[in-house]
Design a protein around this ligand. Sequence first.
Ligand code: SAH
Length: 491
Amino acid sequence: MSGKVILVGAGPGDPGLLTEKGHQALSQAQVVVFDRLVSPAILALIPPRAEAIDVGKESCHHPVPQEEINRILLEKALEGKRVVRLKGGDPFLFGRGGEELELLVEHGVPFEVVPGVTSALSVPAYGGIPVTHRDFCSSLHIVTGHARAGKELSIDFEALRRTGGTLVFLMSVSSLPKICRGLLDAGMEPEMPAAVVERGTLPQQRKVVSTLEHLAQDVEQAKIKSPAIIIVGKVCGLSDRFDWFDDLPLKGKTVVVTRPADRAGTLSAQLRQLGADVVDYPCIRTVARTPATELDRAIEGLSAYRWLVFTSPVGPGLFFERLRAAGKDSRALAGLRLAAIGPKTAEALEKFGLTADLVPATYDSDHLAQAMSGVEGPVLLCRASQGSPALPNIFEKNGVPFADVPCYDTVYENPDPAPVRALLAEPVLVTFTSASTVRGFVESLPGVDLSQVTGCCIGPATAAAAEKYGISVVISKEATMESLLECIKEV
Ligand code: SAH
């Protein structure tokens, strides 16, 4: 059976600008063939089992020649694989998407195209430049400033000037002086506003706004490098007033997220939306216990308990999985009272049609224990092995019978420390959402100076764990992701 090639535009860099359809294609891919301009956060979405082939092109030298890329796509598809060809921006805008499809068509290999958000429009937008504006222009022209090997730049500058439209040049950093000269020689006003945006839509985005006459010099001074786009036109004059991206609260800050990879998604995405440079560095992972002997036994004797307690959002899902495996359903919980450590855990219970009877005002083990100090047992605790001793301590003290059932283990991930180690020479924020993330982080970086780290901690217990390692901390007001985000904004 023949496979299929899906040509996917990955967008300009901000992972939030990958389309829904592109994301879906990526998550179903068996082979992913990707370019240099695809950002690491998007490459992180490649399924672990998929074969990832880097055919990244450097300007001036092509590590994998185009014919070879075409051949790889064909070969993998003929093996019956579902191949995603992932390209920066939109695959058909200066992306050689057309060239890559030709060989597939010749061989009758099925393909699809998922357009992407092109840098030509989105990078100006992140630089506060609307590419058209009724007061200033009525057309937009997208031009490559890259000359084919051995050829001179062939741009009809006079024609471009006559349009009076906004001009966007891609692949042009090295030709910038020639482009500016060409437009000036064609009679464009030297005062025409012009801009260059480097690494647009990414946290490292830089922008130079100038005039046609001075742009080349200003860009050289700022040492702008590829990838960057050049915009020439009156709309560039709006870029200071419309500069929203550089004004985001976390712009210029680097935040390392140590949450488990399967749960980091939303925190990382929210931090990125606030402009932070997010480095995903999952230090721990929760793993369900298999066989779930203790939990299965507790479920068998469920009717003996008065309270059922969950201390993390993963608990209810695991509990119900075993409940179903035992041939029971939520009716088995009739008469049981339910406690959840915080709103996210309560939400996880809501998914099963159950409302928590008790959520402490402060979402941590100490406060849950206090809130439960007067309850009548027996109490069933469904939580991580090696959970906080606060709950068992209070039940023991008050003579409340309880069972502490380990449903999942926290395992240390040992992520590759190199990228994070390189960051620690400068001030950096690191999020800690449990004491185990602190331990996982510190142990993954033996002998490394942590004095530049500010630990953004979800509660006092987590903060205490970080301080033990000499990490300076800030603590969120509440033990929720929203509150942690607020706290990070204020650092
Ligand atoms: N198909 C892509 C363009 C490929 S050509 C698209 O639709 O965006 C590569 C050029 O795109 C680069 O030389 C640069 O000019 C521009 N480019 C791509 N990503 C960029 C980014 N994040 N910031 C600035 N320019 C970018």
